[in-house]
Write a protein that binds this ligand. Structure first.
Ligand code: HAM
Length: 400
């Protein structure tokens, strides 16, 4: 038997009801903040991810679903959504509009990771990207909005936040860090590789020995330029004022290379080892780096599977009609009545003749509000017998 690929899952009912419920509620929230839906292709030129997510990241280095298509093009299933949205933003000349533009998207992402609880090879994200705002207020808005989404679903979380500096303070810091790493013996192979490609990613290393060795390492938050220092402190002050709890985590460097300044993650103790439910940050240089006009930008993405694991969906209310026939002669009349009713209500129909009890049971299973039945007596009277499964009352309505 052919099975789904490792790390890829079917979404069956009622899990997909949960998925739709999440998308619906979250869409309402982000639209109320002025975000509009954008959809970009799942398959993109591999170069897009190499340039944006970065060659030094695990995503590009090890986890891409990359192949040569029939036309000889080097293509890749998107491992995340930001790069495609930025490509589209530039390609559609939105970088020339000059106004603030805010987008949201949702759909499948692909990373060839080792599957485990909370880590899939095909997973889904709900992401948002905001273009054109430099103000730290937008950074805070991202966090407020994400918090509002998680609160809507009663998720337990902690907010971790850091700043990754900018092109003024990052290069001298990088030199300092590399000098420290050069003197440090015993780092793992991954860290030695990161030292060459993107040294700050050593702080992301999960190896306990490296964590110990990195304790005395220079920290970016002690080496900010004035603008980054003041920007980060304004963000923290406003979060304090809004009574949003956070932890400044100097080890939070994120797994994607495009970030600068604010980076944040919401983690939940209700998840296993893969505890990040959402993450994001500022990427002020990326639009320019991919060939567009310099445009400040910031966004985040929620891991939908991780979030769904923690939410309860309220039971759907009974809704619509179930139609059934008690005798063979009534079937076509029932079919025609059900078909008419479809113009205004959700309708299901039992195609075979059954007892009233069996039809009522089927209506209950279909979560219908009304059970509509036609038998010999109803045919004679030219009526439909309808039971309201909530109020429990019964009526007869003329056959239309
Ligand atoms: P990310 O942190 O790589 O950020 O992914 C965001 C979320 O996707 C994670 O917090 C996690 O919940 C979920 N996720 C990631 N990998 C997996 C996986 N293998 N299985 C299940 N869930 C997973 C980004 O992707 C950035 N594009 C976010 C962003 C948008 N930054 C700025 N704008």
């Amino acid at each position: 038997m052919i099975k789904a690929l490792r790390g890829m899952k079917d979404t069956l009912p009622p899990q997909n009801e949960k998925y739709n419920y999440f998308i619906e509620k979250t869409t309402e929230i982000v639209k109320s903040y002025g975000f509009e839906f954008i959809e970009t292709p799942i398959l993109e030129d591999t170069g897009l991810f190499k340039r944006s997510v970065g060659e030094s990241s695990d995503i590009v280095g090890k986890e891409m679903y990359q192949f040569i298509d029939k036309g000889g093009n080097d293509v890749c299933l998107r491992p995340e959504g930001t790069a495609g949205v930025v490509r589209s933003f530039i390609e559609n000349k939105l970088d020339r509009v000059g106004a603030i533009q805010r987008f949201f998207y949702h759909g499948p992402m692909f990373r060839y990771e080792r599957p485990q609880k909370g880590r899939l090879r095909q997973f889904h994200q709900f992401g948002i990207e905001s273009f054109g705002v430099e103000s730290h207020l937008e950074d805070v808005t991202m966090i407020v909005m994400l918090k509002k989404i998680l609160d809507t679903f009663n998720i337990n979380y902690e907010l971790k936040i850091n700043s990754l500096g900018c092109q003024v303070c990052m290069p001298p810091f990088r030199e300092k860090l590399v000098a420290f790493l050069d003197k440090t013996e015993g780092l793992c192979e991954d860290c030695l590789r990161r030292k060459e490609t993107n040294p700050i990613r050593v702080f992301d290393c999960k190896n306990p020995n490296c964590a110990q060795l990195l304790k005395p390492a220079p920290r970016l938050n002690q080496n900010f330029c004035e603008t980054c220092e003041s920007n980060f402190s304004k963000i923290l002050k406003l979060l304090d004022r809004l009574e949003i709890a956070y932890e400044v985590d100097p080890n939070l460097v994120r797994g994607l290379d495009y970030y600068s300044r604010t980076a944040f993650e919401f983690v939940s103790g209700d998840l296993g080892a893969q505890n990040a439910v959402a993450g994001g940050g500022r990427y002020d240089r990326l639009v320019e780096f991919l060939g567009g006009r310099t445009t400040p930008a910031i966004g985040f993405a929620i891991g939908i599977e991780r979030l769904l694991e923690m939410i309860e969906v309220p039971d759907a209310e009974r809704n619509g009609y179930y139609f059934g026939a008690l005798c063979e002669e009534a079937i076509e009349t029932v079919y025609a009545q059900a078909d008419k009713r479809r113009s205004s209500d959700n309708v299901t129909m039992g195609y075979s003749v059954k007892s009233l009890k069996a039809h009522l049971k089927a209506a209950d299973k279909a979560n219908a509000r009304f059970c509509a039945i036609i038998g010999e007596d109803e045919l004679k009277e030219q009526v439909v017998w309808i039971k309201d499964l909530v109020e429990k009352d019964e009526v007869k309505q003329a056959i239309e």
